[in-house]
Design a protein around this ligand. Structure first.
Ligand SMILES: Cc1cc2nc3c(=O)[nH]c(=O)nc-3n(C[C@H](O)[C@H](O)[C@H](O)COP(=O)(O)OP(=O)(O)OC[C@H]3O[C@@H](n4cnc5c(N)ncnc54)[C@H](O)[C@@H]3O)c2cc1C
Length: 350
């Protein structure tokens, strides 16, 4: 019997894990990715020291059972986020931050050893890089007889029995043309479906030494008053590389990188002392400026709004087109766990 040919659009975690599952079912799978980079909202960068820094997905917990199962089955090690020592909470700019300690009995969060990209690299090697085509931005999905034809921005077309899109729903309906059109109620729903972390700014500051830990600070910081809103120690699992990493106030997207960097280093210096000025490098990722992730909404959409909606369960184009991705999952939608859960749900249909 002829193998079913499946095209998966988007080589983020959901697309990669879907490909992995479908290959195991004996299907011929081709992944088409618009970016030159594989991983989507998982993006690990390596500094000039031994540290890896997450510009995208980082943490997970015991409640993320589908992700944990995948990590265990692929034998990918993970470790507990460091939280020991004094943590800081700044409520107002004109009073010193409050100090507190995080109890060891609190539910831990985990990080993947070697960076979240370890999972992406592993899936790539399982799937085979020859089955992933990067630099291929899909702009049209058309039904033609028993097939779907997808066309990229260079006009090149690919034919498949079935197509699975893992493009975040709001971006999908704003960047891809469907022939015939998708139902109007679905298009409207997708436009009001939040893309998790699409508005966020991630930053990391690489250091030669973990001076904050040496001064008994955990590296954990929450602020309602300064540019860094949330931050954690980002040392490697084996304590050979050191960084502080977290989220900046989203409103500072209007500033330049230099302006943000200056404010970050000033805040770290105020809280941890002059050693904070002696950094190796500063990195950041303004996700709302990533056109392959974020598309402005037509109206205000709240975090996780419409994630996991029942309309995402229904295929289109006479059962040949599935809309997937982390935001469509019913379990932990928007998260890595949701990306895995969505992949498993779609794979059950094949
Ligand atoms: C800053 C940040 C922090 C996060 N932190 C966490 C965390 O700590 N824990 C957690 O669990 N999750 C976190 N997440 C969420 C997590 O990254 C996502 O749940 C997960 O990576 C989504 O995977 P996905 O494959 O569904 O989507 P994506 O990773 O968005 O993949 C979609 C892919 O489609 C591609 N694409 C887009 N348009 C086209 C097109 N027209 N043609 C072809 N390809 C296209 C994109 O380039 C991308 O590779 C974070 C996300 C961000 C941005």
């Amino acid at each position: 019997m002829k193998k079913q040919k499946v095209i998966i659009i988007g080589a983020g975690l959901c697309g990669l894990y879907t490909a992995f599952l479908l290959q195991k079912k004996g299907m011929e799978v081709l992944l088409l990715e618009a970016n030159t980079r594989i991983g989507g909202r998982i993006k690990t960068i390596t500094g000039t020291t031994a540290v890896t820094m997450e510009m995208g997905a980082t943490w997970f917990g015991n409640q993320h059972s589908q992700l944990l199962e995948v990590l265990r089955s692929l034998e990918i090690p993970y470790f507990k986020q460091h939280t020991q020592g004094i943590s800081l909470f700044e409520t107002m700019s004109f009073v010193p931050p409050q100090k507190f300690e995080i109890s060891d009995s609190e539910e831990p969060s985990f990080r993947i050893e070697g960076g979240t990209e370890t999972l992406i690299k592993r899936l790539i090697s399982e799937i085979g890089i020859q089955n992933i085509k990067t630099n291929t931005k899909i702009t049209v999905i058309k039904e033609e007889n028993n097939h779907l034809i997808v066309t990229d921005s260079d006009g090149k077309s690919y034919s498949a029995d079935k197509v699975i899109s893992t493009i975040p729903p709001n971006l999908l309906v704003n960047s891809v043309v469907f022939e015939p059109n998708l139902p109007e109620n679905f298009t409207q729903l997708a436009k009001k479906t939040h893309t998790w972390m699409g508005e966020s700014i991630k930053f990391a500051v690489e250091y030669k030494t973990p001076f904050w830990k040496q001064n008994n600070y955990s590296g954990t910081l929450f602020s309602q008053a300064s540019i860094i809103q949330e931050m954690y120690d980002h040392s490697t699992a084996d304590n050979s590389g050191f960084a502080l990493k977290g989220f900046l106030n989203g409103g500072t997207a209007v500033l330049s990188m230099e302006e943000r960097k200056e404010k970050v280093i000033a805040q770290l210096t105020t809280f941890f002392g002059p050693e904070a000025k002696d950094y190796v490098a500063y990195f950041e990722n303004v996700w709302r400026k990533e056109p392959l992730t974020f598309q402005p909404y037509e109206q205000l959409v709240l975090a996780h709004q419409n994630n996991g909606h029942s309309l995402f369960k229904k295929p289109f184009q006479n059962g040949k087109l599935y809309v997937s991705g982390a935001e469509t999952a019913t379990q932990n939608p928007g998260y890595m766990d949701g990306a895995i859960a969505a992949a498993k749900t779609i794979a059950l249909e094949f």
